[in-house]
Structures are given as C-alpha cells and as structure tokens.
Design a protein around this ligand. Structure first.
Ligand SMILES: *Cc1c(COP(=O)(O)O)cnc(C)c1O
Length: 452
C-alpha cells in the first residue's frame, strides 16, 4: 500500500484516506506518494486499445489500494469519465496533436480531477457515515468543476465562495444553477478575501463539528487523476517506448505535476514544456535558481493561470530532491540541472496569446482559447531552441473556446459553437447568498446551514 508523505517532512506519512480528508499535512506541507508505481511497457502497449476510463483504473489502482477494490475503482472511473477526450491532429504539422480536455460538464480540464475525487470521497463518507462539508474558494473554474462534481452526492455538502465582481456571468451560472447540496456565496470582495475566509474557517475550532474538507488543488485527490490523460494521449500517438513532448499551460502547476508523476511512473516524456502567462516566477527560477513570487499576481487573458506563486511548486521541488516550505522559501535547492533537462518553461504575453489564437486558426484551422494559445505559443518558443527531428508532441487545451466568446469573436470574427452544457445555463434559475468579507459573518453562515 502506498503511503503519502509531506513535503515539509515533519508530519508522519498517512494513507490515502487521511491525505484526502486533510488536504494539507499538519506541518503545512503537501502530500506526495512515497513512491511512483511503474506502469510497464507491456501494460502500456495494451493501453492503445483501451478506453479512457479503463486506462484511468489501471494507472490509479496502486494509489487507491486499501481504500477501493479494483471493481469499485473501475466503476467509479467509468462514471467519472463518461465524456469524450478528443485528440486532434494539427493540420499542416507533422505529428502534433491537441488534447482537448474541455468536454466535461463544466468545460475545463478541472472536471477530470473533480469528478474522480468527488466519487472517491463519496465512498469514504458512505463507509464512515460522517457527513462532510467541502469548503472551496474560487476565481472561476475550480468552483464550477467542484460544484458540478459533488452535486447530489449523499452525505456531502459544498460551500463555494466566489468574488462577486471577479467571475463572469457564465462562470457564476455554472455554480449557482445547481442547487440541492451546493451552496454558493457571493462575497463583496476579491478572490484573496475568499481564500482568507476559507483558511480561517479551516483553522477555527468552533467549526470542528462541520467536518470541513477542501477540494482545492493542493489535495492529492486532485493531482492523481491528472496523471491519466498523459498515458492516454501517448498510447494514441506513439509507440510505448517512443518519447513524446508534452505541453501544459500552467498556473498552479497541478496539471503539469500530473505529467511529472506520469513520467516517474515510466511514461517516456521527452521534454515537459510548461508555458506560463505574464506570471513568470517559474521560468525565471529555472533560469536563475532564485525564486521570487510575483506579488500581486498579474491579470492576464488566460485568467485561470494568474498565479504569482504556484502552490504545487513545493511538490515539484520535492520530486527533484529539494525543499520549498509553505511560504515559498527554498530551504534546499532541488537538482536544477535535472529540472532543466526535463522541463522547458517560458512566459507568454497577452499580445503573443492573441497572435497565437489568430495564427492557429488562419494557418491550421485550429480553434484555441487563451490557455491553449499560451501552450501553442510556448511550444513555438521551444521549437526554436531544439534541433529537429522533434518527437511527437501533445499540447493540452484546458478550456472550451466557448468560455471566451468575446475574445474569440474579436480576434476571429465569429463566436465558437457552445457545448450543450453551457447552452442550458442561460435558462436555469440561479440561487446564491451574499456576504460582506467578514469572518464572523461567514462563521455564523456556516453554523446555520442545515445538516447535509
Ligand atoms: C486551472 C486552469 C489552468 C491551470 O492549471 P494548473 O493546474 O493550475 O496549472 C489552465 N487552464 C485552465 C482553463 C484552468 O482552468
């Protein structure tokens, strides 16, 4: 059975159940599996003909041993992954694919992790009999993915805090039209205020009775399922031993950590390319070995990546043998040479992002939204630094273009076609509460909620 240890090294290792329920380790570090089980060549050869859900069960089985039976895991993966995962070859380029992770119910890649984690937690609650309250602060995509994934899960209640004026109408509707066990709170403040209230609630002994848990990106349950699509994509585009370049547009670095772990599990990733927007703390660190957060974070077109200090960086540093503490200080340098061999990172401006959306469409009939466009532009930067022949490459598109209709209309002159899940939103009634950003008010609100 795999155990999970903290990046801060001061808390004892725990099993998956405890890691999932705690979210963060008591020493304020992040949980990582103590080893990465190898998916060997023979098994990966077999993936070529397996559907996504079956690959997910195969890749994740060693991590959930002791918590789920193989049957339970397979059923859960089938239920979580009941939507298509398209791999689109780029016209006019040799062996370059776009992996569209935007076909889930809330149209961002966060559905992959949220839907899996919701089902695992549902099992836990069913075993324990103790109801759970999931508390989450969101600037948009996380809240909707989590709310949708946990909707109507028995024994679990979700409270989502969002900044009233910082989420789009569509993002708000994705959360507020669900009802049932999903409670949404519009805060008259900023995303940082939402996060501060959630943090305070977790530390408040008066709320212990609520059995609070978090579904944010530091939870190991959000990370593990993000290893799967790398195995899936490689099985579709390359032979089991052929190295593949992978391009992941990044903010909090949870998605790219999925690729880092997949590689430790034996997937031959040649280079992991990690483009970021104007929040360039990581490429600067990789170049100089000096880490400085970007404070305050910079607002860019690819808004889900506006992160001035990626919370998963502590995990990346740990995997490469170093130690970054919870404040973002490097206590021990990782193996920077190895990191530089494995990773390539570059900052992409909003202007480049817009150009990328236009060029991808005009030259390749490829429709991208701002996050995927950062990946595209970052890949071009990478190609300038490397000699051909490059390996086959998979670029991740992390959101559906229909989430950014105004920007795409401005650049390309048409509106992207909407998936059904987004179309339906405009006709559903909304329900949410409003609060001033004061902790006493928020605590009273939580205490007054009916039991799940
Ligand atoms: C969250 C998000 C990202 C960034 O992913 P990280 O795991 O935080 O690096 C990129 N694109 C979209 C659309 C997102 O919602």
């Amino acid at each position: 059975m795999i155990r999970y240890h903290s990046t801060n090294r001061a808390s004892p290792p725990v099993d998956l159940r405890e890691a999932l329920l705690r979210g963060q380790a008591p020493d304020r570090g992040l949980y990582l599996p103590e080893r990465f089980p190898v998916v060997d060549h023979q098994v990966r050869r077999h993936f070529t003909s397996l559907p996504y859900a079956a690959i997910a069960a195969e890749v994740l089985a060693p991590y959930t041993e002791g918590l789920l039976t193989r049957d339970e895991l397979e059923t859960l993966c089938r239920q979580a992954y009941d939507f298509p995962v398209p791999l689109e070859p780029v016209q006019g380029m040799n062996r370059v694919w776009i992996l569209r992770l935007d076909r889930g119910p809330t149209a961002s890649f966060k559905d992959f992790a949220a839907r899996w984690m919701a089902r695992v937690l549902a099992r836990l609650v069913a075993q324990d009999g103790r109801p759970l309250t999931i508390l989450t602060a969101t600037s948009g995509d996380t809240g909707s993915a989590v709310a949708s994934a946990f909707h109507r899960v028995p024994g679990i209640r979700v409270v989502v805090l969002f900044p009233r004026h910082e989420v789009s109408n569509r993002q708000r509707r994705q959360m507020t039209t669900l009802g049932d066990n999903i409670r949404c709170v519009a805060l008259e403040g900023k995303f940082d205020d939402c996060q501060a209230l959630v943090k305070q609630a977790f530390a408040d002994p008066a709320l212990a009775g609520l059995n609070l848990s978090s579904a944010n990106s530091i939870n190991i349950g959000r990370l593990l399922p993000q290893t799967v699509y790398y195995f899936y994509a490689a099985s579709r585009v390359a032979d089991p031993d052929e190295p593949v370049d992978v391009v992941v547009p990044s903010g909090n670095f949870g998605n790219m950590m999925g690729a880092v772990i997949a590689r430790r599990m034996g997937l031959p990733v040649r280079r992991l390319i990690v483009p970021v927007n104007a929040n360039d703390e990581f490429p600067r660190y990789l170049a100089t070995g000096r880490y400085e957060k970007v404070v305050p974070s910079r607002a860019c077109l690819s808004n889900a990546m506006n992160v001035g200090h990626p919370s998963n960086l502590a995990r990346l540093v740990a995997v490469y043998g170093g130690w970054m503490d919870e404040s973002g200080r490097i206590r021990e340098q990782p193996d920077l040479d190895a990191m530089r061999r494995d990773l390539f990172s570059v900052s992409v401006s909003d202007e480049e992002t817009r150009t990328a959306i236009r060029e991808a469409w005009e030259r390749h009939q490829l429709l991208l939204e701002p996050h995927g466009a950062v990946a595209w532009r970052g890949y071009q930067h990478y190609l300038h630094t490397t000699q051909p022949p490059a390996a086959p490459a998979v670029l991740l598109e992390t959101a559906h273009p229909a989430k950014f209709p105004e920007e795409i209309e401005r650049l390309l002159g048409f509106q992207p076609e909407e998936p059904d899940s987004l179309k339906a939103l405009d006709h559903l009634p909304e329900s949410y509460d409003s609060l001033e950003p004061r902790y006493d008010l928020f605590r009273d609100y939580l205490l007054a909620l009916p039991r799940p």
